[in-house]
Design a protein around this ligand. Structure first.
Ligand code: NDP
Length: 248
């Protein structure tokens, strides 16, 4: 099924840890050239090393236009094209509304939502030059579907990504570019581990499939959306949450 992706090039933002690392490893395994992007160069290079000679690490802050431009330029310089963008970088610091400062709010919106616009804009010329491509966003169930205390800024950023996606999908369809999003439930990553054992136990109990998701669960959905088999899917979401959002 994934033969069409062999030899193509993907940029994975936030590819140095957690879900992004899982996506980068999976796409590397499927034979794509992978540019692994994070602010830490050492972490990005380490993941690229684990993938093999078809991958490189690159340090960029995707909440800045300069970072996104440099990332796109680096992919084109190294691999000659960009075919897929996995816009995955994100942060989820908790802050209840009563304590949340405007700076807290702006930082989450900038890293999670503004980065989506900036990274898509930066790769657009290369995707267009390639005659089309795939954009896969990592959103969340929190915001688009549910809420969670401490995450009003995060929920706003993740719901905002879907608003962006729907119009981008319409605008970019004539260029042969599809734009879709994966909505992870609770996925076991270092980021989630920081939420504490109580949170994790509560989540496991509330999930019909009775486990947290793995990064591979998300990577497989992203890989499908990037494949030729998903050519007629755009502006859509795939929820990968073990059934968590289903009503009892
Ligand atoms: P992690 O904290 O494990 O990893 C985050 C990644 O993003 C790291 O590679 C980090 O590297 C990078 N990153 C953060 N800020 C920036 C930035 N400004 N520029 C470039 N890279 C950046 O998070 P997860 O893997 O858990 O989450 C990944 C995505 O999945 C996020 O968008 C998150 O919202 C979403 N998600 C996660 C869920 C989960 O259960 N884990 C559930 C639902 C959605 P560095 O710090 O070096 O920059």
């Amino acid at each position: 099924m994934l033969k069409s992706l062999h030899g193509k090039t993907v940029i994975v933002t936030g590819g140095s840890r957690g879900i992004g690392k899982g996506i980068a490893l999976r796409f590397g395994e499927a034979g794509l050239n992978v540019l692994v992007v994070s602010r830490s160069e050492a972490d990005a290079v380490a993941v690229a090393g684990a993938i093999g000679p078809n991958a490189s690490g690159f340090a960029a802050d995707v909440s800045t236009p300069e970072g996104c431009a440099a990332m796109a330029e680096s992919a084109v310089d190294r691999y000659g094209a960009i075919n897929v963008l996995c816009a995955n970088a994100g942060i989820f610091p908790a802050a209840k509304l009563a304590e949340m400062t405007p700076a807290d709010f702006d930082r989450v919106i900038s890293t999670n939502l503004r980065s989506t616009f900036l990274s898509v804009s930066a790769v657009l010329p290369a995707l267009t030059a390639a005659g089309g491509g795939r954009i896969v966003l990592t959103s969340s169930i929190t915001g688009p579907v549910t809420g969670y205390p401490g995450w009003s800024h995060y929920g706003a950023s993740k719901a905002g990504q879907l608003g962006f996606m729907r119009t981008a999908a319409i605008e970019l369809a004539p260029k042969g570019i599809t734009v879709n999003a994966v909505l992870p439930g609770n996925i076991f990553t270092e980021g989630l581990e920081g939420m504490g054992a109580d949170y994790i136990a509560r989540m496991e109990a509330s999930i019909p499939l009775k486990r947290l998701g793995t990064v591979a669960d998300i990577a497989n959905a992203a890989l499908f959306l990037a494949s030729e088999e998903a050519a007629y899917i755009t502006g859509q979401t795939i929820t990968v949450d073990g059934g968590q959002i289903l009503p009892e």
